[in-house]
Design a protein around this ligand. Structure first.
Ligand SMILES: [Mn+2]
Length: 336
């Protein structure tokens, strides 16, 4: 028996009216896990409000239940309990939630090692590939049948958070659960086609501009001969690029992977202009460099190989500071 969810299940049994929330700038795991919990609760006759501060990205609007997501909690509640999924800090759940008077007991279900355990009940499993995997486990532990609609959401959560099963987070557990979700009705090709082969042309126009900012920086002090000389690749996306192409801000989300994908590059960084002298910094590393640790130093969070934070200052300043810290950590981690 899976005991990890006992307290969460108690809340489900006690309550009638639930709120389900996930983080701002939601991606596949946030939306999929959010809807997975909401649909699971509704399937057993509970009332579940699904809330995201930001819109559901276009790519994920096909997810069953996406049309029921609300973006305001004004006048909402009181709730018996709130389920927060895929989110390490309360503030990342958005203003609407933070200002909510009566969220009830907060059940925090997440897989970020940097989670600060803000819930009344906390189920934090850093080994899980996606929060969606934990929602799967919750359904099993609570004896809630995973119907097709839930399966599609959880499959997308696991599929996107493992980079289509390419990352080290793609454990045998992740494959087993994904396989089970396919058996329960998730269709891999249909989902892949909708998520990965369905991009608006303006996103590619934006990508063209962003790739033209590529900068490759040698991280070693001279670099020992014959050894792999570690490199950092950076990309920049400005507000002006969004204006020129008409692309939306979430359409730059995966671009940092292009930086990491370059031969010889150990850390890829994307600087996205979010305000006057303000940048969101996304980092992706290939192996031994722990970018979550770097991110925490700047007040952010994330995973070992994928993390981010927001920083004030000019682009030059932000880039110089961030690159200097990454260089330092790379030299330590890669011993160069
Ligand atoms: Mn996640």
């Amino acid at each position: 028996m899976d005991k990890r969810f006992d307290k969460a299940i108690e809340e489900i049994q006690k309550g009638k009216k639930f709120l389900v929330v996930s983080h701002v700038s939601p991606e596949g795991d946030a939306v999929g896990s959010l809807l997975g919990v909401a649909l699971a609760l509704r399937s057993i006759g509970k009332d579940a409000t699904a809330y995201l501060e930001d819109p559901v990205p276009d790519l994920f609007k096909f997810l069953p239940g996406a049309e029921t997501v609300v973006h305001s909690l004004e006048g909402a509640g009181p709730f018996d309990a709130t389920f927060a999924v895929d989110c390490g800090q309360r503030e990342r759940l958005g203003k609407g939630f933070v200002n909510l008077k009566a969220p009830g007991r907060v059940v925090n279900i997440d897989h970020h090692a940097t989670n600060d355990c803000f819930g009344d009940v906390n189920v934090i499993v850093p080994d899980a590939s996606a929060a969606g995997e934990l929602v799967y486990d919750l359904c099993k532990a609570a004896d809630i049948p995973i119907n097709r609609d839930i399966a599609v959401n959880l499959y997308v959560a696991i599929h996107t958070d493992t980079g289509s099963f390419r990352y080290s987070s793609a454990t045998s557990e992740a494959f087993i659960k994904a396989g089970e979700l396919v058996r329960l009705g998730a269709e891999p090709w249909d989902i892949s086609r909708r998520v990965y082969e369905n991009h608006p042309a303006r996103k590619y126009k934006l990508l063209g501009m962003v790739l033209s900012t590529l900068d490759i920086i040698d991280a070693a002090n001279g670099g020992a001969e014959g050894n792999h000389s570690p490199k950092i690749a950076t990309l920049v996306v400005t507000k002006d690029m969004f204006r020129q192409t008409g692309a939306e801000k979430d359409q730059a989300d995966g671009f940092v992977n292009y930086a990491r994908g370059i031969e010889g590059v150990d850390v890829g960084v994307l600087f996205r202009e979010t305000g006057q002298e303000e940048y969101k910094v996304s980092m992706r590393s290939k192996g031994d460099v722990d970018v979550a640790e770097i991110s925490q130093g700047f007040g952010g969070g994330g995973h070992r190989n994928a993390a981010g934070f927001t920083m004030k200052g000019s682009l030059d300043f932000v880039k110089t500071e961030v690159v200097a810290i990454i260089k330092e950590r790379m030299r330590a981690a890669l011993k160069v």
